[in-house]
Design a protein around this ligand. Sequence first.
Ligand SMILES: *Cc1c(COP(=O)(O)O)cnc(C)c1O
Length: 380
Amino acid sequence: MNISNNKPYFTGKELEYIADAIKRGSVSGDGYYTRLVTSFIQERFKAKAVFMTTSGTHALEMACMLADLKPGDEVIMPSYTFPSAANAVMMMGARPVFADISEDTLNIDPEDAAKKVTARTKAIMPVHYGGISCDMDKINEIANKNSLYVIEDAAQAVNSAYNGKYLGTVGHFGCYSFHGTKNITSGEGGALLINSDDPEIIRRAGIIRQKGTNREDFLKGDSKRYCWVGTGSSYSPSDILMALLYSQFLELDRIEKRREFIYNYYSMVLKRFADAGVIRTMLIPAWCKPNYHLFFLILRNESERDSVMHELNMRGIGAAIHFVPLHSSPMGIKLGYKPENLKITERAANCLLRLPMHPGLTQEELDTISANLSDILGEL
Ligand SMILES: *Cc1c(COP(=O)(O)O)cnc(C)c1O
């Protein structure tokens, strides 16, 4: 048996929707399905303005442009994340400043983030790891006190909520990803949420996304000529991909239910090992409604983690590590960081193990994972 860690899940309706986009001749950006999926996100997540993008990375880049980051500016973010957030900041000539994480959720530690604020800090980028919400009241408090933008990297957190508010709508900007590894996918894709009523920033977002043109005003009839009005790039996804995404969104609840089942199953299997202190399992804080994006456990040390992973992999079970911390990656070292600068991040990255998590897992596969995992953990 070979059980993969992650596998894109298809509901069976995708081809029908893709064929319809093609039949409509709607293949470039901002067509029929882009409008449908934009309103879906707006209504379902109560987002003020939504811009579909070609990736989560591009949504982060747009947020950095809209926050007007300049050379010399600093942006605080966790080191335990994917490189996209740091790249988006660096492409503006600004500097990522890495904060440590909380041991229980592996999300940015608000106290450490607060300590890293300087006169140059312009924004803070909380990452909702595994779809579990950061402590957003504390993050927003730091931001308000220091006049910072809050850019939520909600790439993994579509349909998760913080105290009843959907993630991506809690800060100034929210960035979603619909990459093939995420809960809902268009293969590659993303969205930028702007939580503001300011028509100027929303207009600027439209220009940045449409190659520096006034295409949005022009299509609305607010402008006579379609022309170059500012700087920007090409961030609007093909309508074919948005048709695929829309078909997946219609099944959002069903997809999430299956993930929830898998999450609860693993929790049940692992409870006795967690109680015995052999492992730690994920914590879902009371403020969070999760989307069950990942299931991870934390072993007592790196060598136990490596041996459990190796054993599971040998038995055909796709257990995996996750992020290599940014601060101790080759690029982080170039920026002047040392691994020991962020101790909790290093330890978590070295001891974390992700179990297979995707809606396609069968009960037979889950039972196989459970039996092997119990067997291996029982030996520790
Ligand atoms: C997936 C992911 C991204 C990047 O999203 P893409 O759509 O692949 O560009 C950024 N940040 C985090 C935390 C992610 O998990």
